[in-house]
Write a new protein. Structure first.
Lengths: 460, 628
């Protein structure tokens, strides 16, 4: 537990584009040398302790440059953990930081458990005895946090998908194990061909999950956002404009209910999940399409409500209805169509919301969108909007588990191609099963044996 | 009338598979041992299936043998038929299973016990365990004899408050009509122990002359027999084997069962004990797998000295008339005569979480328990525990370190760790899928894994120990030789490869590389290996396996390395989990109850999270520093 090398993003998520990845442990230096190319081509292992180096993080397999970085190298015992410590200062923003961390993990480093750096510092005698309880509190608090965040982001599709995959794996494992433990029972043996086909299919599904993790769509929950407003106020234009703004490619992913689609997007590092009515991309008109009752429901669920008004008309009954629905919610009021002649009385708006909550813009003329983005960022990082933000940490953890599961499945295929016996297959199928379980928090326990006896009729 | 019957070192309560191994171990290690059995004619009795070994159980027997136990030797002397199972699969799951001559098995074991120095066997029921200040002082029998002793090993199997049920009939009885042990349960309760009530069952025994074997499929033994014991010479094993026979149930059978389910004590609610999924009754199978059109049934001989046949697959507690009717629907059993009817048995057993990995009770010094009383099922599981309890009782008296096998060292380690760490809510059966380091824990290398440990304990002779040391050297030398022996593309080589359907060589390689090819093996390669030394078959076997599975074996060995790190981080015995700041309540309770010896064991307790383990590590470090 204490001697493997660990890494994690050391800076809290959501602070600008700069982030630090901390690596600690016996292999920290040799690992950084595998992925870091300093400007002067120096090997960090050979450099004096406590020095800073400029260079690039490069994927050793693809030779792709991932980020321009500063690396701080500190040899133990004069470090926080008393082990060799490397800190990578990344500049490329959140997604790049995650990419760098992923690369570090791929070199055989393990993602740090909550509070693990501090724990090591203590166990290695770095922290005073009087602080032991504080150390324990950190471990507990962080575990609590990451637990919360992983639960919150696992609400939907991902955990379901992973559980499906695990169930498929489990049935296959149970079949193999049953035929090993009960060789004389007349059950249909699982042929290598079936195992191969099933494994390939599973591999593809895992691969797909990894890809979605890359774009952050599936796993990430963002700020639950809903755009409301009367028909033709410009909701869909706003959504489309926002979609154009963000870097990641967005595709529709069916949400948890049938009558809504969820758009995931990142605006200046702020993850948004915009609820969109079922496939009706050109209107996005919640009030019109699904009625007041439904919009009430969506507004209730939302962390953030964007209310759109038309600058070229006075406040209507519909607008008033909407204002009544948003009581107590985090709201930004957007007055659209400021390029048209003004008929809206701004004082009417202020009778419902505060001045600071109101922004004027013209989606059509691309005016005011920057201010909207700034406002979103402000709300997000000031903590005014509470989001399940540890997403990013656990994202990496999930992805790491998925990658390990993928590797195990690949080994299964290799074992098949080598014509090795099925007990060898079973070993890697079981590891894949365990790795996927890390994501959903399910352990192996008795599940294989339970499955064997529920799937087959065995026993003397 | 109570009387002082004298002093011994160790008392073993029970003469079944656990009791025998326990008593032999303590006696052989030099301690005067007294073993009680309810009936001296039921020593090492097999009240259920007449075989030893099978998947994962065969591994246990091999391990028992490597540690100096008796089970392997005894079955080698008394088998009727022997088979290596799973030979079509990898070497890790090859499993030896022998049909045993029940009568001979029991007699031979008794003979061994009787001829062992320091060991006395005695018929009688132990009613009380005498404990003072949480320390064992002796035992008391039904006849009033009081024996003073330093250690007691409870190995009462299924006898505690045993009740046998067959349909509407229920009797207070141990297995096979033997007298149950009715008094000890109260004593255990008075000692503060937590008991469970478990249930298991057995099928009918049929008269061989009423069976028409011609309607069944013959199941012969293997032509070449591998002994269980590493000490049994192969050539000494040959004998005329007796076949088993296979037949099937059919729709008629199932119909009879379904129609009479209401008369089953299991479904009628008369039996409350927790049953075994591993040995379901035929009525269970019909209910739970209603789609299955037929079930296999094996007829197995019980002994050369009788003509009783065990009906494997038809375990039942249905009323006698229903059992007879359903049996007679099977091809070959149309006119069968039942000699003993099937029954379910309920018995008291202990929650094994009360035990240390040495099988000593946490709370009572010198009191051990082993076998089915600990919630396990099966002769081999019992014997394995008996041996470990015996060894540890002896080591306690020798004032030596406890003897514990961990999960990476043997199936015995897995078995005991599962029982004392996870506990069990139903009779526990060993399975290969429970062993996470299965590729390392093979039945073929149990001697290499454990014989040195057995020698250290004192149950393995110097001669056998030296053989193992040499064997290890020979294996390594031979692998080295294969690795450094080049093979060219000569006609002889290509011819040989072609013969076994292996791709011809384009350029030179080594014998080691060729051996890795799935279609080749060590024996086949002899043709192109003129300088091969003359090696015993067991060395050849190891070379073959170790080279062929090297990649997988290395991977598991790396996993074991990780595992060992936590396993060797010991938790001090006097830890008070109430003092561990910020440990969650559930973790505190579980840890206080199970009292793990190491961080590794603690991490396997359900309800103890990785964060709890971190907290525990910090606490232990804090404690260590304070002591400095």
């Amino acid at each position: 537990m204490m001697d493997h090398t660990i890494a994690a993003i050391a800076t809290p998520p959501g602070i600008g584009g700069i982030g630090i990845i901390r690596i600690s442990g016996g292999e920290a230096l040799s690992i950084i040398d595998q992925i870091f190319k300093s400007k002067s081509n120096k090997k960090l292992v050979e450099q004096p302790s406590h020095t800073i180096h400029y260079g690039w993080i490069i994927n050793p397999d693809t030779e792709e440059i991932i980020d321009e970085v500063l690396v701080m190298m500190m040899k133990g015992p004069h470090t926080y953990t008393r082990e060799d410590v490397v800190e990578i200062n990344c500049h490329g923003g959140r997604i790049v930081i995650q990419k760098v961390l992923q690369l570090v993990l791929q070199q055989g480093v393990q993602l740090a458990e909550p509070g693990e750096f501090t724990k090591r510092a203590f166990l290695n005698g770095r922290i005073d005895l009087s602080q032991a309880e504080a150390v324990i509190d950190i471990i507990n608090a962080q575990t609590e946090l990451s637990l919360q965040s992983s639960i919150s982001q696992l609400g939907g599709t991902l955990s379901e998908k992973v559980r499906e995959l695990r169930q498929e794996l489990l049935e296959m494992i149970a079949h193999i194990e049953a035929s090993i433990d009960y060789p004389e029972y007349d059950m249909e043996e699982l042929t290598y061909e079936t195992v191969e086909n099933n494994t390939k299919e599973l591999l593809q599904k895992v691969h797909y999950l990894i890809q979605t993790a890359d774009t952050g769509r599936m796993i990430r929950e963002g700020i639950q956002t809903v755009i409301v407003g009367k028909p033709n106020v410009g909701k869909s234009s706003l959504l489309n404009a926002l979609l154009r703004e963000q870097r990641a490619i967005v595709t529709d992913i069916p949400g948890t209910t049938r009558d809504v689609l969820e758009e995931y997007l990142t605006i200046q590092g702020v993850p948004l999940k915009i609820m969109d009515t079922a496939g009706i991309r050109d209107t996005v008109d919640i009030v019109e399409q699904i009625g007041v009752e439904k919009s009430k429901e969506w507004i209730e669920k939302a962390d953030l409500v964007l209310v759109m008004l038309d600058a070229s008309t006075s406040i209507t009954e519909e607008d008033k209805q909407i204002f009544n629905l948003i009581q107590g919610k985090q709201v930004i009021v957007l007055i659209n169509k400021t390029d048209l002649p003004r008929k809206l009385n701004i004082e009417d708006v202020y009778s419902y919301v505060n001045k600071e909550q109101v922004l004027e813009l013209s989606v059509k003329e691309d005016l005011g969108l920057d201010q909207l983005e700034d406002r979103l960022k402000e709300l997000f990082f000031s903590g005014d909007i509470q989001v399940k933000d540890h997403v990013f940490i656990t994202n990496v953890r999930h992805k790491d588990s998925l990658l390990k599961a993928k590797k195990s499945l690949e080994t299964v295929l290799e074992t098949i191609s080598l014509a090795m016996p099925e007990d060898c297959l079973s070993i890697d199928l079981q590891s894949a099963y365990e790795y996927l379980g890390e994501i959903t928090g399910d352990t192996v326990g008795e599940s294989i044996i339970n499955q064997i006896f529920s799937q087959f009729c065995l026993g003397k | 009338m109570k009387y002082n019957a004298g002093n011994v070192d160790v008392v073993v309560i029970g003469g079944g598979h656990a009791g025998c191994e326990a008593a032999l171990a303590t006696a052989r290690l030099g301690f005067s041992t007294l073993m009680f059995a309810i009936s001296l004619d039921s020593i090492a009795m097999m009240p259920c299936n007449p075989n030893i070994g099978g998947t994962s159980k065969g591994h246990l027997v091999r391990e028992i043998d490597a540690l100096g136990g008796e089970m392997g030797k005894n079955i080698d002397k008394t088998y009727l038929q022997s088979k290596m199972l799973n030979t079509g699969k990898g070497p890790a799951v090859h499993s030896l299973r022998a049909q045993a001559d029940k009568i001979k098995y029991s007699l031979e074991m008794k003979k061994t016990l009787e001829s062992t120095e320091n060991l006395r066997i005695c018929q009688g029921e132990v009613t009380n365990i005498l404990v003072e200040n949480k320390k064992v002082m002796g035992i008391e029998t039904l006849n009033g004899a009081i024996y003073h002793c330093k250690a007691v090993i409870i190995a009462t199997g299924t006898y505690l408050k045993a009740r046998c049920v067959c349909g509407e009939t229920s009797i207070q009885s141990g297995p096979n009509g033997l007298q149950p042990a009715t008094h000890l349960t109260q004593c255990l309760r008075d000692l503060g122990m937590e008991l469970y009530r478990f249930k298991t069952g057995t099928p009918a025994r049929l008269d061989g002359k009423s069976i028409d074997f011609s309607k069944m499929i013959e199941q012969p033994g293997d032509p070449h027999i591998v002994p269980f014991s590493f000490g049994t010479p192969r050539q000494s094993l040959h004998r005329e084997q007796i076949s088993c026979w296979l037949t099937y149930t059919n729709e008629k059978t199932h119909e009879i069962i379904r129609k009479n389910l209401h008369r089953s004590p299991m479904y009628g609610g008369d039996i409350k004990g927790t049953g075994v999924r591993y040995c379901p009754s035929i009525e269970d199978k019909i209910v739970r797998f209603a789609d299955k059109e037929k079930h296999q049934v094996f007829l197995e001989p019980e002994s050369e000295y009788n003509n009783e046949w065990y009906v494997q697959g038809m375990s039942s507690s249905l009323p006698e008339d229903v059992q007879i009717a359903m049996l007679r629907t099977l091809p070959g059993l149309e006119h069968c005569q039942v000699m003993r009817i099937g029954y379910a048995i309920e018995y008291d057993c202990l929650n094994p979480l009360q035990l240390k990995p040495t099988l000593e009770f946490h709370d009572i010094d010198g009191l051990f328990s082993a076998g089915q009383i600990n919630g396990s099922s099966g002769y081999e599981e019992a014997a394995a525990q008996g041996l470990i309890a015996g060894i540890n009782a002896a080591r306690k008296l020798q004032k030596k370190e406890p003897f514990i096998l961990d999960r990476s060292e043997g199936y015995i380690g897995v078995l005991i760790d599962d029982l004392v760490t996870k506990g069990t809510k139903e009779p526990y059966r060993m399975m290969t899928s429970r062993a996470e380091y299965r590729l390392l824990l093979r039945q073929d290398n149990a001697d290499l894994r454990l014989m040195e440990r057995g020698y250290e304990v004192g149950l393995v002779s110097k001669e056998r120990y030296e053989y193992i040391v040499q064997k290890k050297e020979k294996i390594q030398e031979e692998i080295q030789r294969l690795r450094s022996t080049n093979v060219g593309t000569s006609a002889v080589v290509q011819e040989c490869l072609k013969k076994y359907g292996s791709t011809p060589l384009k350029s030179g390689t080594t014998l080691e590389e060729l051996l890795r090819r799935p279609e080749l093996d060590y024996v086949k390669l002899a043709e192109i290996d003129p300088k091969r030394p003359d090696l015993p078959w067991d060395v050849q076997e190891q070379v073959n396996i170790q080279v062929k599975y090297e990649g997988y074996i290395t991977r598991q060995m790396n996993q074991v390395k990780q595992f060992k790190k936590l396993e060797t981080k010991m938790i001090p015995l006097d830890i008070n989990y109430e003092d561990v700041y910020s440990l969650r309540l559930e973790a505190k309770q579980k840890l206080s109850k199970i009292r793990p010896v190491s961080i590794g064991q603690a991490s396997r307790i359900s309800g103890v999270s990785p964060a709890d383990i971190s907290v525990l590590l910090v606490y232990l470090e804090q404690r260590r520093r304070k002591k400095q």
